[in-house]
Design a protein around this ligand. Sequence first.
Ligand code: MN
Length: 128
Amino acid sequence: MSQEPATGAYVLVIEDNPANQMLIQFTLAASGFEVAVAGSAQEALESMARRAPQLILMDIQLPGQDGLSLTRQLKADPRFMAIPIVALTARAMAGDRELTLEAGCAGYIAKPINTRTIAGEIRAYLEA
Ligand code: MN
């Protein structure tokens, strides 16, 4: 159980597509979240070394180290293993959801992002 209010939570969005970055950042900020964006696994690790987020939104398809690999790495790291990771995936195949769960994600949000529901979905993961 988190002691932090779900709204106002600090969320790191790991996503390489600039349009998706802007859409997610704008939507979550408008709902009261504090948002940081990283465009690659390396940027994400640098950001997290400065400040650990309360939740991570993880694009699976990233240049270089992909989101599944980064998820496994974070879930093996005592500093970060407790942070819920929610996959962002455009791939709708049922087997891909299994891959995200096996890697350690708490769940997934399908792309394209639904700007009317994403904030509520993230609150639910924070309160789970
Ligand atoms: Mn991508």
